[in-house]
Design a protein around this ligand. Sequence first.
Ligand SMILES: C[S@@+](CC[C@H](N)C(=O)[O-])C[C@H]1O[C@@H](n2cnc3c(N)ncnc32)[C@H](O)[C@@H]1O
Length: 192
Amino acid sequence: MPSKNTTKDFLDNQRSHWQDWNIPYSDGEALYKLIVENNFTSVLEIGTSSGHSTIWLSYAMQQTGGKVTTIEIDQTRYNKAIKNFELAGVSNLIDARLGDALHIIPTLTETFDFIFSDATLTIQPKESYLLFFKAADPKLRVNGLYTMHNVTDGFGDDGRFFKYVDNLGNYQTSIIRASSAGISVSKKIKSR
Ligand SMILES: C[S@@+](CC[C@H](N)C(=O)[O-])C[C@H]1O[C@@H](n2cnc3c(N)ncnc32)[C@H](O)[C@@H]1O
């Protein structure tokens, strides 16, 4: 079992070396805090890239005793992530899937208490975040959090997700504005 310092040291040392559309260090910290404060143990990530956010999620799992499932469609970034997970000492905490999250999510048998969506579909970029939410919503437990990156910088959702989730009536949404990209946090307050 790797010590948590191995992982934090890796995150600190790599801080300014990420080059694959990875979240900034401070957003990793924000996700980490949300998970640890709520003692979440089951995490799903959409959009691994080379693994920066996944390593923050896994660092949180070291504190709570949980596991992360993460999905990436691009083989090259997936391979980089696998290598980074080894270097960060978190491979044993991660179920890394290669493929289209829209196809993989419905096949997952477990449910999650924290979901982080950080991917954009190349064919339907404007609808991506809503399509990923619709696929993942059935997998989120009541009292769990559905989070999304890039909600205020124009790279992510264009407003359709917020309209849709507000109309559902079983989520309460806020935005972490300290993040320069914007992170939305939607709590599932009851089942539909
Ligand atoms: C912004 S990057 C993710 C960065 C990562 N979360 C991090 O901070 O290290 C988005 C990633 O989503 C992936 N992606 C796009 N569409 C996808 C899909 N349908 N299924 C899975 N991954 C997808 C892209 O290949 C890209 O690597």
